[in-house]
Write a protein that binds this ligand. Structure first.
Ligand code: ZN
Length: 155
């Protein structure tokens, strides 16, 4: 069992219930944290025993194809949500403004998916969740193309 808790291939390939086994490491890469502190990360790689597909298991502090850590990106999103202009957010974080602008654009494009994912977490975190207006539960087993429907929640 992998220590990350993501030991099932089905998290990436719906329908495959194969267990993931450790299979070396992914490529070592830089990860920039708050304050511009850069560290080297060498994420684990796992192999599915059923379908034979390998996966790089990023730590929770990393996002795929992102040089900056989750804490930096989150700080940028929070500052922008509080009304700070993206160029000031970039200066505060020590990140190129084009990078911050791209985070905000990408986040805005995927806001519905993020909303659906967060709504999917609610029943796991709270016994009696209070649902945001307009959220309805989709019947178990029903699947749609959108991520929210795949997670079981739609707006
Ligand atoms: Zn698999």
């Amino acid at each position: 069992m992998l220590s990350s808790g993501r030991g099932c291939c089905g998290a990436w390939r719906p329908g495959c219930g194969g267990r993931l086994a450790r299979w070396g490491f992914g490529r070592e890469r830089d990860l920039v944290g708050l304050g511009g502190v850069t560290g080297r990360v060498r994420p684990r790689r796992a192999l599915c025993a059923v379908c034979g597909v390998s996966r790089v298991l990023l730590p929770d502090s990393m996002l795929r194809r992102r040089q900056y850590g989750v804490e930096v990106i989150w700080a940028g999103l929070l500052a922008a949500a509080r009304g700070r202009p993206w160029n000031q957010v970039a200066a505060q974080l020590g990140v190129p403004y084009t990078t911050v602008r791209e985070w905000l654009r990408r986040f805005a494009r995927r806001a519905d998916r993020v909303h659906a994912w967060l709504c999917g977490l609610l029943p796991r975190l709270v016994d009696d969740p209070v649902w945001p207006a307009g959220v309805t539960r989709v019947a178990d087993g029903e699947r749609g193309g959108a991520a929210g429907r795949e997670r079981g929640w739609v707006r």
